[in-house]
Design a protein around this ligand. Sequence first.
Ligand code: NAD
Length: 270
Amino acid sequence: MPSGLLEGKKGIIFGALNDQSIAWKVAERAVAEGAKITLTNAPIAMRMGEINKLAEATGSEIIPADATSVEDLENLFTKSMEILGGKVDFVLHSIGMSVNVRKGKHYTDENYDWTMKGLDVSALSFHKVLQTAYKMDAVNDWGSMLALSYIAAQRVFPDYNDMADNKSYLESIARSFGYHYGIKANVRVNTISQSPTMTTAGSGVKGFNEFINYSEKMSPLGNASALDCANYCISMFSDLTRYVTMQNLFHDGGFSNTGVTQEVIEKFAE
Ligand SMILES: NC(=O)c1ccc[n+]([C@@H]2O[C@H](COP(=O)([O-])OP(=O)(O)OC[C@H]3O[C@@H](n4cnc5c(N)ncnc54)[C@H](O)[C@@H]3O)[C@@H](O)[C@H]2O)c1
């Protein structure tokens, strides 16, 4: 039930590709809670055209930007501030891609050009977003900058491949930049570590269906859905979480603190 949590706030949402995308749900929920937003995605993703439906449904404009291009990001912040009528209060970075994963290249046989590309898209782009906003003074006091991560940053999930390294770097950027942004402008920076979720990026990981079932059984509350993740993002954009910064926040039904569940143990009964 919307309760106007983001009334009067303005934000930028990266990464809505189709209606399964976590960013898609965040955009819908943010607008339902009273925010005004702009949507952005890589020019190549625009070709699918799905994002136009979201723009229409949320009454928002789309500004294409490759998140690895500082020039595109400067244009994005400039145009967003024009359209929204001032500085923004929140940004969602919901971007991930590994060429090694896409092309089935094993972690022990990485193509380093692909590794660098994936690192740039999945992690360094968050630094570029933060640094661009910081230099342009584009975020209001107590603003909230958020990126989405996965527990493979802390523990090994072999098929997650080099995305695990990308997520570690992403979480480190949230900590390091969160320090500087906090000092400069009381802006908070966090990552949310989400349960496995059936989306285009998620299902690119080998054995994802089996894995999502395993994770469901290993989480006391079950896997968190994309909509629940969106709700958590909304709370992080709201004024109710003003002193949370430089954190990696697990949104995973308890998976991260569970050693084993009874249901999984029983599968090994002799
Ligand atoms: N699906 C999961 O299981 C899961 C779990 C934890 C975290 N996450 C993270 O959530 C985020 C969103 O992923 P999703 O699952 O909603 O999948 P998704 O495929 O819907 O979203 C990924 C987005 O990244 C965008 N993107 C790729 N390259 C880009 C670039 N150069 N510039 C701008 N945008 C670019 C894509 O166009 C797409 O919109 C990612 O960071 C992902 O790693 C996903």
